[in-house]
Ligand binder design. Structure first.
Ligand SMILES: Cc1cc2nc3c(=O)[nH]c(=O)nc-3n(C[C@H](O)[C@H](O)[C@H](O)COP(=O)(O)O)c2cc1C
Length: 137
């Protein structure tokens, strides 16, 4: 059974910004090894993550992530079984000032969830748009 989880959270003081890039790559490699797809975006101290894959693996990983002291204020937006997966890959990006003015980013990321059911897609898109919009404030 495939399962998807989407959450937003905020980085804690245990996570210096200059370490983020290295961690994103490390976690991406682990996810690739476990066949977990989705995306993890970091922007202005906040995370946006979608995890998609075999249900037990995704739930187990999310348990670990929830206990991780490197972030707090975790808000889960989506947690549901899927008939088919939506992501081809695992995207991990640190959005920096240089990428702020790229309007194509939202549609590019939204493209990745187009295989999900319409309601889940809508939830993810709303949070993603808010996540990307507010980084410029
Ligand atoms: C916001 C956030 C997202 C994370 N995402 C992942 C992830 O996608 N994959 C992963 O393996 N670890 C991720 N981690 C790290 C896990 O919480 C945990 O440290 C890691 O899975 C432990 O791996 P280990 O038992 O191999 O040391 C994330 C941590 C945070 C704070």
């Amino acid at each position: 059974m495939q399962h998807a989880i989407c959450f937003v959270s905020s980085a804690s003081a245990h996570l210096p910004e200059d370490k983020v890039e290295t961690l994103l790559m490390e976690w991406r490699e682990k996810n690739n090894a476990n066949n977990i797809k989705g995306m993890l975006l970091f922007s202005e101290g906040n995370f946006f993550q979608v995890l998609e894959g075999e249900k037990n693996k995704v739930l187990g990983l999310f348990e670990q992530i929830r206990e991780d002291p490197r972030h707090h204020s975790i808000i889960q937006v989506v947690g549901k079984d899927l008939s088919t997966g939506s992501f081809d890959d695992y995207i991990a990006e640190h959005l920096k000032h240089t990428t702020f003015s790229k309007p194509e980013l939202v549609s590019e990321y939204c493209e990745s969830v187009k295989g999900m059911d319409p309601q889940t897609q809508r939830h993810i898109k709303i949070i993603l748009e808010t996540f990307i919009d507010t980084r410029a404030l």
